[in-house]
Design a binder for this molecule. Structure first.
Ligand SMILES: *Cc1c(COP(=O)(O)O)cnc(C)c1O
Length: 425
């Protein structure tokens, strides 16, 4: 089935006389007729639910839907995107190991990887696309476990160069993990371009209504964990599970099975059944919404590009003038580039704040990627402790505005921008 159909139909198939709409199984536990049945569940011999910290029927259906959309062998929903990033790395890295990350990751991921994970003894090494292949390869050693990047980086909007990085990463015998939050599987399916594991903050376009925080890990089932004997946690007995060997028992689904039976069991970053239900409602319209977000964002980017009187630069991969455009055409569906447009205002922080305060349809929020148009100026919010000079050193223009284009009528969005710009000088 095509992706628009999967959005609506995948994951839940009611039997005769059962509810047509995915029910919310608001239960922490499950009843069994015999202790032998439960024992075989505990031994991972038969599939089934035993406790909602580990799995739940409502959550399970949504996981199946996202696995189908990405073209993976299995998925696990988490309580947030942060939990998905954390578990995706912890599943194959321990204290003393390291991994490689792109320097343009989402700020929350960057903090997690460079501060918190470092305290856990796992070292993230930062690379950038400007480096040569040899330079990038020099960051790998025998304790390097994975490479982590974003399809469309938040907020730089750089488009990941799969054809360059996937072979490079695989030549070192490690998997490529991709955060596909901004593109969603509608605009890009990273597994088709060499990624091995995909993660999502479902809080953004997948939910799409700014109503529920969540995350997802999807296993492409493509990576050969046995080759090179680098991943004993998957290829040798797990003593916390009566010696199960994940690659032997679960084959292509080894990674995602271990993430659930071991890490979700131990860490408990569990989504609530109601969160899965709400996410499923969002997913039903994802194909429609992300196309509309992309079309609207393109129109907004084009309009902003004409306002050279007040706007220094516009960044949007869909613009033919963007350095990301070639990759957008190659990896995103027909160059549809999702809903976030970044731009820099002349007149710095002061003008950016004046512009934002003068908007009426677009709201000022610490969020992106939902149905409502919203706007954020890092210099006056998330990075406000920094002086202009410090911001510039950190690569952030004080007049930088991140504009998340919603699915309203684009004429209204542009009129709102035009009105707010008329107040600026
Ligand atoms: C928001 C975001 C995250 C973190 O997700 P939460 O659901 O907020 O925990 C991770 N990656 C990207 C690209 C994001 O935009």
């Amino acid at each position: 089935m095509k992706r628009a159909t999967l959005c609506v139909q995948a994951g839940y198939e009611p039997g005769n006389g059962e509810p047509r709409i995915l029910p919310i199984y608001q239960s922490t536990t499950y009843k069994y007729d015999s202790s032998a049945e439960l024992a075989s569940l505990f031994d991972l011999e038969t599939p089934g639910h035993m406790y909602t910290r580990i799995s739940n029927p409502t959550v399970d259906c949504v996981e199946r839907k996202v696995a189908a959309l990405e073209g993976g062998v299995g998925a696990m929903m988490t309580s947030s995107g942060q939990a998905a990033s954390l578990i995706s790395v912890l599943n194959i890295a321990s204290s003393g190991d390291n991994f490689i990350m792109m320097g343009n990751l989402y700020g929350g991921t960057t903090n997690l990887f460079l501060v918190t994970m470092r305290r856990m003894g796992i070292e993230a090494r930062v690379v950038s696309p400007e480096m040569s292949d040899d330079e990038i390869l020099s960051f790998f050693d025998e304790r390097t476990r994975l490479f982590f990047g974003e399809t469309i980086a938040n907020p730089s909007l750089a488009v990941f160069d799969f054809d360059r990085f996937a072979p490079l990463v695989h030549s070192k015998g490690v998997p490529l993990i991709i955060d596909n939050t901004f593109a969603t599987p509608i605009l890009c399916r990273p597994f088709e371009h060499g990624a091995d594991i995909v993660i999502h903050s479902t809080t953004k376009y997948m939910d799409g209504h700014a109503s529920v925080v969540g995350g997802m890990i999807v296993d492409g089932g493509t990576f050969d964990w046995e080759k090179g004997s680098k991943y004993p946690e998957l290829t040798e007995p797990d003593e916390s599970y009566h010696g199960v060997v994940y690659t032997k028992t679960f084959g292509r689904a080894a990674y995602i099975t271990k993430a659930r039976t071991q890490l979700m069991r131990d860490l408990g970053s569990t989504p609530q059944p109601i969160a899965a239900f709400l996410l499923n409602m969002g997913l039903e319209t994802l194909d429609l919404r992300i196309r509309r977000h992309s079309e609207n964002a393109m129109r907004v980017a084009e309009y902003l590009s004409t306002r050279t009187d007040l706007i220094k630069s516009v960044s949007y991969p869909g613009l033919a003038s963007s350095p990301e455009h070639e990759r957008a055409l190659k990896y995103l569906d027909g160059g549809l580039s999702s809903g976030v447009v970044s731009f820099s205002m002349k007149g710095g922080r002061e003008n950016a704040m004046k512009f934002m305060d003068s908007l009426s349809l677009a709201s000022i929020v610490v969020h992106v990627a939902d149905a409502r148009t919203s706007v954020l100026n890092p210099a006056s919010t998330t990075h406000r402790q920094l002086s202009d000079e410090m911001l510039i050193n950190a690569g952030i223009d004080p007049g930088f505005v991140r504009f998340s284009v919603g699915i309203e009528d684009v004429e209204d969005i542009i009129a709102d921008i035009e009105g707010a710009l008329s107040v600026c000088r």
